[in-house]
Design a binder for this molecule. Structure first.
Ligand code: GRF
Length: 227
């Protein structure tokens, strides 16, 4: 994105607990351990009325809106309405943070290049749901999370940053999900800062960081690229 003196404007979409949202709130407010995010959350939007993340937004004094998908006759109508609400905030970056809706191609194309998601697996492994259980069932030694640009293919857009965690002998899906979340909270705001500072963009369907085309699994997370 073009860098100006103004902080970048973020719109965050949630459906549930909002722990990733919290990592953005913390990073925008100061150093959350992964470095400061020079951005402002213009709005938080949930498709579910009981999403705990809405409370997190309220507590942080951030405008929060509920757009209930059940109030619409079709996915297309919901997505068109949601897109209008998002656009009214003129965001530089739209962040899917546990937003549990499959998005139409029209919606994705409306925001393409400034729409990112975090997925709790080492993409391209395990797109879709139940990622932790699938990794356990496969006997994998590692799991993790991937931040990627969103394209119309579900969880198929170009990867930006990926973090790994070990799978332990006594893990179940809940314990593994909790361990993966701890790295999610590090890598997601870090990617947003790359984007907001003009270092990251999507061009011709590829993720480009500091003029380098990223590979299939994106940059590997390490302490060195936290900032
Ligand atoms: C995270 O695991 C994220 O990767 C996935 O949904 C979960 C959302 O968690 N897309 P939270 O609502 O941010 O706590």
């Amino acid at each position: 994105m073009a860098v100006t003196n103004q902080p970048a404007r973020l719109v965050v979409l949630i459906s549930g607990g909002g722990s990733n949202l919290q990592s953005f709130i913390d990073a925008c407010g100061g150093d959350n351990g992964t470095g400061r995010l020079d951005a402002k959350i213009a709005a938080v939007i949930s498709n579910k009325p009981d999403a705990k993340g809405l409370e997190r937004a309220s507590q942080a004094g951030i405008l929060n809106i509920m757009v209930d998908h059940r109030a619409f006759d079709s996915r297309e109508e919901f997505d068109a309405n949601l897109g209008d609400v998002i656009e009214s905030f003129d965001p530089d970056l739209v962040i899917l943070a546990g937003f549990m809706r499959i998005l139409t191609t029209d919606f994705v194309n409306r925001f393409i290049g400034k729409l990112i998601n975090i997925h709790p697996s080492l993409l391209p492994a395990y797109p879709g749901l139940h990622t932790h259980q699938r990794a356990l069932d496969a006997g994998d030694a590692e799991a993790g999370a991937t931040v990627h640009f969103v394209t119309p293919e579900l969880d198929g857009g170009p990867a930006i940053l990926q973090a790994k965690v070990p799978i332990l002998a006594d893990d179940n899906a809940t314990s593994l999900a909790a361990r993966v979340l701890t790295v999610e909270h590090k890598i997601y705001p870090a990617v947003a800062q790359w984007f907001c500072s003009g270092r990251l963009q999507m061009t011709n369907g590829q993720a480009i960081l500091d003029n380098e085309i990223l590979g299939q699994t994106g940059r590997a997370f390490s302490q060195d690229n936290e900032r």
